[in-house]
Design a binder for this molecule. Structure first.
Ligand SMILES: [Zn+2]
Length: 166
């Protein structure tokens, strides 16, 4: 059982062919003899510990639950009280788009220029979204007119969201 890394005596790295036996083409060492105990433990871990139970994943699951609640959306325009679902869906679409503008997208002017040239769909979608969100944040409409505008805006945003990737 080996604890430290095997070094090929040929002064190069061991070279294994994908055909035939698993031994180095220079020094003839068998691949399994070359593996350290740490490699073997890691292989065991990858083979037997399910993906969703690995520490990195547990950390992300915990983070998603405790801190970054990516899938929990509460429209800022609504209180924690009853809301007509017809309107709730429209507000949810706007809230999700607003969060997208606030947390994602290019940070520097150079990145913006690059997007404009190479990813114009995203660039245009961003600015159309921005216009709709500005309207949403500053709107003082209410009643039927507001609901009608919200429906039209939400439909546009859902279509624009197809381009929300950078
Ligand atoms: Zn070798």
């Amino acid at each position: 059982m080996r604890f430290t890394k095997y070094k090929c005596p040929s002064s190069r790295y061991c070279l294994f062919s994908f055909q035939g036996n698993n031994s180095c083409l220079y020094c003839g060492v068998d691949y399994r003899d070359m593996q350290t105990i740490w490699d073997k433990l890691y292989d065991f871990y990858r083979k037997h510990v399910p993906y969703h139970l690995r520490p990195g994943n547990l950390w992300w699951i915990f983070r998603g639950w405790a801190w970054d609640r990516f899938t929990t959306v509460k429209p800022r325009t609504l209180d924690h009280t009853w809301c007509d679902r017809r309107l709730l869906i429209r507000e949810l679409v706007f809230e999700t788009a607003a969060k997208f503008l606030e947390t994602e997208g290019p940070k520097t002017q150079a990145e913006w220029d690059w997007q404009k040239e190479h990813n114009p769909n995203f660039y245009d979608a961003w600015h159309e979204t921005q216009a709709l969100i500005d309207w949403w944040k500053n709107s003082d409409m209410d009643g039927d007119e507001y609901e009608e505008q919200m429906l039209n805006g939400a439909v546009k945003l859902i279509k624009l969201s197809d381009y929300y990737w950078t």
